[in-house]
Design a protein. Structure first.
Ligand SMILES: Nc1ncnc2c1ncn2[C@@H]1O[C@H](COP(=O)(O)OP(=O)(O)O)[C@@H](O)[C@H]1O
Ligand SMILES: [Mg+2]
Length: 410
C-alpha cells in the first residue's frame, strides 16, 4: 500500500458467502484491491440475517482474512444490503418559487429534492440512497439542472432506495457486535454490483446489471450516467437447488452439487436417457437420477427467474433503453448457457459482468461472486470524491458550466 492511499472496505453478507474486500484509493484516483476474505454464510436467508450470531462469526472470519491479505487494520466498512425489505422507486417533489421572475437557486433545488424524499420514507423505513434524476419547471420543460432558470413551479424527480429500519439495524449490529469495526453506511448490493461492472460510457449509453445470487437477485439500470431504476427479487440460485432436490427426490446438499457439476440453463437433447449418481445420501440410496429431468427442472427455474427480472425492467422501460445491454454477475451467472437464455428473454445484448477499472489479483477480479464487495469500493471512492466536490462545484459555477455537472448522489 502507498503511504497516501485512502483505505476503503466493502462487506457483503450474502446468502451463500460473506465477502470482504479491502481497497486502496490512490491520490491519482486509481482503485486497487489489496485484500479479499470470504467465509461460508450460515446466518442468512433470502438476503436477510436470521441468525445474527452466526452471521457475526462469518463476518469476523471474512474480515480477518481480508485484513491479513491486505496487511491493514480495518476500522470501518461499507455494508451491502439486500432482501425483500428493500424498496426502490421513483418519487416527485414540488417546490413553489415564492416570487415571480426569480431565477431558481440551489436552495429551491434542495427544497424540491427534500419534498420528494419526505414522501418516499414512511414510518419504520430508512432511506439508504437517493439519486436525483431531472427537474421539470412550469411548462414541462425538463432540465438536468434548473439553477438559473426563471420559473414558478419546480418539480424534482428522485430515485430512492430504502429499507426497513429494523432490518438495516440488524445487519449493522451483526457486524458491530462481532468485530471492533464501524459500519459507515449501508449500500444497496445491486447498486454496488452495477458500479463495479459498468464503465462511465455504458452508464451514459444505458445499461442494466443483474446480480444473480443464492437467495436474491438484484438489478440496477443506469442511463445518461445516473441510476434510474433498481430492485430486488427474493429468488436466486438456492431456488434452483431446492427445485432439484424436490423434483429429483434428493437432499439439498446433493442437489447443489449436481447443479454445479451438471447444471445448465438450456436443456440439451443429448442428455436424454443419461443417468447421474443420486448419491448414497439420497432418499433412495445410491440410485441414479435422470440428467434430462435435472436439466429440464433447472432451465425452467432459470427462465422463470429471468422472466421476473425482465418484467420489472420492462416496467421502467430499461430493456429498450439499455443500449449497452444487460450484464450478468453473481454466482448463478456462472450457469452454462445463461447468457443465451437471457438474450432470448431480454431481447437485447447480454454480457458476462466483469469488474472494470479496478486493479488487483486476477482471481479476485474475475470472480462473479465478488462483484458486490468490489463495487462497494467503487461506491466509497465516489463518495470520497464527492466530499471534495464543493470546491469543484464552486469552480464550475464560476465558469457558468454547471449544466454539464450531474451529481451521482445527493
Ligand atoms: N457454476 C455454477 N452454476 C450454477 N450456479 C452456480 C455456479 N456457481 C455458483 N452458483 C450459485 O451461485 C449462488 C451464489 O452466488 P453469490 O453471488 O455468491 O450469492 P450471494 O451473494 O447471495 O451469497 C449459489 O446459489 C450457487 O449455487
Ligand atoms: Mg450477492
Amino acid at each position: 500500500m502507498s503511504d497516501n492511499g485512502h483505505i476503503i472496505v466493502g462487506l457483503e453478507i450474502g446468502t451463500s458467502k460473506v465477502c470482504a474486500a479491502v481497497g486502496e484509493l490512490t491520490e491519482t484516483g486509481e482503485l486497487n484491491v489489496l485484500g479479499l476474505g470470504q467465509a461460508k454464510s450460515r446466518g442468512v436467508r433470502k438476503g436477510e440475517i436470521l441468525d445474527a450470531e452466526k452471521a457475526g462469526d462469518d463476518v469476523r472470519q471474512a474480515l480477518a482474512e481480508a485484513e491479513e491479505m491486505a496487511d491493514v487494520d480495518i476500522e470501518s466498512v461499507l455494508l451491502a444490503v439486500t432482501g425483500r425489505h428493500i424498496e426502490c422507486a421513483n418519487y416527485r417533489g414540488v417546490h413553489t418559487i415564492p416570487s415571480v421572475d426569480r431565477a431558481i437557486g440551489d436552495e429551491d433545488v434542495q427544497l424540491a429534492l427534500r419534498n420528494a424524499k419526505s414522501q418516499s420514507c414512511p414510518a419504520g423505513s430508512e432511506i439508504i440512497d437517493s439519486v436525483r434524476q431531472d427537474f421539470i419547471v412550469d411548462d414541462h420543460t425538463v432540465y438536468d439542472n434548473p439553477v438559473g432558470v426563471v420559473g414558478g413551479r419546480l418539480e424534482a424527480r428522485v430515485h430512492v432506495i430504502r429499507g426497513h429500519a429494523n432490518r438495516l439495524a440488524t445487519s449493522r449490529q451483526a457486524v458491530e457486535n462481532a468485530v471492533p469495526v464501524r459500519v459507515e453506511k449501508p449500500v444497496f448490493g445491486g447498486l454496488a454490483s452495477a458500479l463495479a461492472v459498468l464503465t462511465t460510457e455504458q452508464k451514459q449509453a444505458g445499461a442494466v446489471v443483474v446480480d444473480l445470487g443464492a437467495g436474491t437477485t438484484e438489478f440496477a439500470f443506469f442511463h445518461q450516467g445516473l441510476l434510474r431504476h433498481s430492485g430486488v427479487l427474493a429468488v436466486g440460485g438456492d431456488h434452483v437447488s431446492n427445485d432439484l432436490a424436490y423434483g429429483l427426490r434428493i437432499l439439498i446438499p446433493r442437489a447443489e452439487e449436481l447443479k454445479l457439476e451438471h447444471g445448465t440453463a438450456v436443456a440439451r437433447p443429448e442428455s436424454a436417457g443419461v443417468q447421474v449418481r443420486g448419491d448414497s445420501t439420497s432418499l433412495h440410496g445410491g440410485r441414479g437420477v435422470s440428467l434430462e429431468h435435472l436439466e429440464r427442472i433447472m432451465s425452467h427455474r432459470i427462465e422463470e427467474t429471468l422472466e421476473l427480472v425482465a418484467l420489472r425492467l420492462r416496467e421502467a422501460d430499461a430493456l429498450r433503453m439499455a443500449t449497452a445491454g444487460v450484464f450478468l454477475c453473481g454466482g448463478a451467472a456462472r450457469t452454462p448457457g445463461i447468457l443465451e437464455v437471457a438474450r432470448r428473454i431480454f431481447q437485447c445484448p447480454v454480457h458476462q459482468g466483469l469488474v472494470q477499472g479496478v486493479s488487483g489479483p486476477a482471481n479476485v477480479l474475475e470472480n462473479p461472486e465478488f462483484v458486490t464487495a468490489i463495487g462497494l469500493l467503487r461506491y466509497g471512492a465516489m463518495r470520497s470524491r464527492q466530499r471534495v466536490q464543493p470546491n469543484l462545484l464552486g469552480k464550475l459555477r464560476s465558469l457558468a458550466s454547471l449544466s454539464s455537472f450531474r451529481s451521482f448522489l445527493f
